[in-house]
Design a binder for this molecule. Structure first.
Ligand code: PTJ
Length: 266
């Protein structure tokens, strides 16, 4: 559908169209549309902007990735549509392979997501070659299949829009999980080692810039950033930010908000 440029929510509508097109191409699962809608609602709550606390979460995540022995970036259908070029660029900067890992797993979808990432510049994509399939015993059915060169061997896994059950399973088998999830109360958010409560569309480009700045920092400094990060404390700060923002709006800033001028201190 053609989105009129002067529509006040043109940007958001264009992203929706990308997700819908992605579903028709079998990249995005049907449930990916529902997940996207849920994300949009949470994005409203943070003002569709990156809060300062999310920048701190992103900094800690980049520090963990840069100090990991074997970091891996897990890619699902939504991520492959929302930020494929950026995720490939990020994977190159932090030297973490991309692995297709689908919740609604179907052989043909895996290959389609792989080709989408390759079109975006990825040289190698893990997770689609049955010769390297390995099982995570903590999970049932097809969701338990991962790549033995990737997630199976990883010490740190970055996931976005992930299912809570799988995040828990990854933690239970000893992986550190970096989660990008707009819902600060999801099980993924609560089970993550470091949770970034931000839209993946903003988070990944911001993490690319952070990684460029941080990659020459000493390992000690990066480890200290990770050590000083407390995920529950950080989620509490995000929830307090949402709370403060809604409280300010409830006090009477709705007129400004309707004019897209609402500003609540971040
Ligand atoms: O491609 P597949 O088969 O792996 O399936 C992917 C989906 C997303 C369908 C699957 O993982 C799923 O069902 O996820 P959930 O359980 O709906 O969780 C998605 C979470 O991501 C929710 O907490 C949303 O609020 C959040 N979310 C949605 N859009 C974004 C987001 N978080 C960050 N950025 C977004 N753009």
């Amino acid at each position: 559908m053609e989105i009129p440029e002067d529509h006040p929510r043109a940007k958001s509508l264009k992203i929706r169209e990308k997700i819908i097109e992605g579903m028709h191409k079998n990249i995005v699962a049907e449930a990916g549309l529902i997940a996207h809608g849920r994300g949009e609602a949470f994005d409203y709550l943070i003002g569709e902007k990156t809060p300062n606390i999310a920048l701190r979460q992103e900094e800690a995540a980049v520090a963990l990735l840069l100090t990991a022995k074997h970091p891996v970036i897990s890619v699902n259908g939504n991520v492959a549509v929302l930020c494929n070029t950026e995720i490939v660029q990020f994977s190159n900067i932090i030297q973490a392979p991309l692995e297709v890992n689908l919740f609604y797993r179907r052989q043909e979808r895996g290959k389609i997501v792989e080709s989408e990432l390759k079109k975006a510049g990825a040289k190698e994509v893990l997770g689609t070659d049955p010769d390297f399939f390995e099982i995570i015993p903590e999970l049932s059915h097809l969701r338990r299949i991962v790549d033995k060169r990737g997630i199976y061997a990883a010490d740190v896994v970055l996931v976005a829009l992930e299912d809570g059950d799988r995040t828990m399973a990854l933690r239970k088998i000893g992986k550190e999980v970096i989660a990008i999830d707009l819902n600060p109360l999801s099980r993924t958010a609560l089970w993550g080692t470091i949770t970034i409560v931000n839209n993946v569309i903003r988070a990944i480009p911001e993490m690319i810039e952070l990684a460029k700045k941080m990659k020459d920092e000493s390992k000690e400094k990066l480890r200290a950033i990770v050590k000083n990060f407390d995920n529950y404390e950080s989620l509490r700060t995000t929830i307090a930010y949402i709370n403060r923002r809604l409280f300010e709006l409830a006090k009477g800033k709705l007129e400004n908000y309707a004019n897209h001028n609402a500003e609540v201190e971040k």
